[in-house]
Design a protein around this ligand. Structure first.
Ligand SMILES: Cc1cc2nc3c(=O)[nH]c(=O)nc-3n(C[C@H](O)[C@H](O)[C@H](O)COP(=O)(O)OP(=O)(O)OC[C@H]3O[C@@H](n4cnc5c(N)ncnc54)[C@H](O)[C@@H]3O)c2cc1C
Length: 500
């Protein structure tokens, strides 16, 4: 039965979801341009914010504040595989503000509305010679989701998580007030919003750091056949001060002992005689398979990759999840004939999932990002190999800054280097049980002082969840801003019981 579903899922996706994705992308592209044309400009932004405030006031009048609020964005449009049950029962507020408002080149910032997404922003900034300091991989990831949830990329060893590149945030609170916050102004609120999952209010604007960008990334691939040698070099490169470090650092492990470290820098052009590789052209092998081939050759290599190809290098293969959805997706015949239609829209894949497929994924599949102190990477890889035995594993170093006020995760008093270990696929251990294994991994992560990305399944209890995330500041501000009854707390949006 499993084989049958997986086999026909691929055909179904190719015959129906890929063409529908093309139509959806064309529709969304036209719609975004139209909305931008009709609705764009900072002065219109103020009107849109007023509409959000009016909806909050109407919520108070209509419900007496008794039914909590949430954004009206349907669950299937969000990136997470899981949809929150709360969407069915809570009062929905339309926060679909999706504009890029202003670029301030002197200050090095861009003002964005919450539904602006990574694809839209990187496409606009790139020709102007700018880039967000952290560009999470998939085009559809939104500013609101990345700030209230989490976002990371291979520049996070320098700049931290997506939340850390925010200069100021504006939210509409439970009583309809528009409140601006930054490190200097309403600073407690500023440090409480990251990881708050919309439990403090509706984000309506964010001012975010941009950096000068170039046309290419000069990328070195360094294969390792020893875990210890890999970790030693990965750690050394990640811990360099930001001004001496490579612009981009990423690792892929293909077994407990074998991995490839990738070190990249922005580059203006491809020097003569050097290799240019537009890795995202539809006929090219999926990126992680390209890297696997370099591991097999076991020699260091270097190539120049066009910037947007680098930023979205795992998009065509959804890291390595596409191999499960379209098992023949990386074969040359498919790439040359139909690769131009890939990848399917994640939202449409979710919309066309059946109950049976959900159950199969639940039972056989693991999607987790564990954020762990880098000093525990060796121990962690050994543990994951024993409990999950799934490869490739994604490794991305990330700096967690010490802040004057402690939010959900900031270590005090010193900043720390963490590493995101991404497990996306079907574990190979015998008798894999998703709940039992995930709970074991969660306990291990808490012991290591780590965190779990919340788009994924969490089997933690409320107490364990609160042990992982420090809720002191969030609880205090929820009380102060009247959010307790107005918005569910993060656990009630992401826990296993809260999601289908
Ligand atoms: C297949 C897959 C691939 C992924 N790849 C990456 C990756 O490459 N890099 C990466 O960093 N992350 C990745 N993620 C994780 C992703 O970063 C998170 O899911 C993130 O929260 C972004 O989600 P979203 O834009 O879909 O927002 P949503 O899931 O819609 O939002 C996340 C939370 O923020 C809240 N929120 C959103 N907008 C607002 C607002 N305006 N006001 C108040 N609250 C709001 C929502 O209520 C929700 O609780 C991936 C996840 C999946 C499932």
């Amino acid at each position: 039965m499993l084989d049958f579903l997986i086999k026909y899922r691929g055909l179904f996706v190719v015959l129906f979801v890929l063409p529908a994705s093309l139509a959806f992308k064309a529709y969304m592209g036209t719609r975004n341009r139209l909305v931008f044309w009709l609705n764009s400009a900072p002065e219109k932004h103020d009107d849109k914010v007023k509409k959000v405030q009016q909806q909050v006031l109407a919520w108070q009048q209509k419900t007496g504040g008794k039914i909590p609020m949430c954004t009206a964005r349907p669950g299937w449009q969000a990136m997470s595989h899981k949809q929150g049950n709360y969407k069915k029962t809570h009062y929905q507020v339309d926060v679909s503000l999706m504009d890029i408002l202003q670029i301030d080149e002197k200050k090095g910032t861009v003002r964005l509305e919450p539904m602006a997404n990574m694809g839209q922003i990187s496409a606009l900034l790139k020709p102007l010679g700018w880039s967000l300091a952290v560009v999470p991989e998939l085009d559809a990831l939104t500013v609101g989701g990345l700030i209230n949830g989490f976002g990371i990329e291979s520049s996070s060893h320098k700049y931290g998580l997506f939340q850390s590149i925010c200069e100021s945030l504006e939210i509409v609170t439970a009583n309809g007030d528009l409140v601006k916050c930054s490190k200097e102004e309403n600073s407690e609120l500023f440090y409480a919003i990251p990881w708050s999952y919309g439990s403090l209010g509706f984000l309506v604007c964010a001012e975010i750091k941009i950096i000068p960008s170039k046309d290419y990334v000069q990328l070195s691939y360094i294969p390792f056949k020893s875990k210890h040698a890999f970790i030693e070099r990965f750690t050394e490169e990640s811990l360099k001060p930001a001004n001496e470090a490579y612009d981009f650092i990423e690792g892929l492990m293909y077994s407990e002992q074998e991995g490839v470290l990738m070190l990249g820098n922005f580059a203006d052009k491809v020097p003569s005689g050097k290799t240019k590789n537009a890795i995202n052209n539809f006929w090219k092998p999926w990126f992680y398979e390209h890297v696997r081939a370099i591991l097999k050759q076991n020699t260091e290599q270097e190539e120049w990759i066009p910037l947007r190809h680098y930023y979205h290098r795992h998009t065509r293969s959804l890291f390595w999840e596409m191999a499960l959805i379209i098992p023949f997706g990386n074969s040359p015949w498919f790439r040359y004939l139909l690769g131009w239609m890939s990848p399917p829209e994640v939202s449409l894949l979710k919309l066309t999932d059946t109950e049976t497929l959900h159950k199969l994924y639940d039972a056989h599949h693991m999607d987790q990002d564990f954020l762990l102190p880098l000093s525990n990477l060796d121990k962690s890889l050994t543990y994951f190999d024993k409990e999950v035995d799934f490869y490739p594993l994604w490794l991305c170093p990330m700096r967690i800054f010490a802040t004057p006020i402690r939010g959900m995760i900031n270590p005090l008093p010193n900043e720390q280097m963490f590493v995101d270990v991404g497990i996306y696929g079907e574990p190979n251990v015998d008798n894999y049980n998703s709940k039992e294994t995930t709970r074991k991994l969660e306990a291990f992560m808490r012991d290591m002082g780590g965190f779990q990305a919340l788009y994924a399944d969490t089997f933690q209890t409320r107490e364990e969840f609160r042990e992982m995330f420090d809720h002191s500041l969030l609880d205090k501000l929820r009380e102060q801003t009247g959010a307790v009854k107005a918005f569910p707390e993060p656990f009630d949006k992401v826990s296993r019981a809260a999601r289908t």
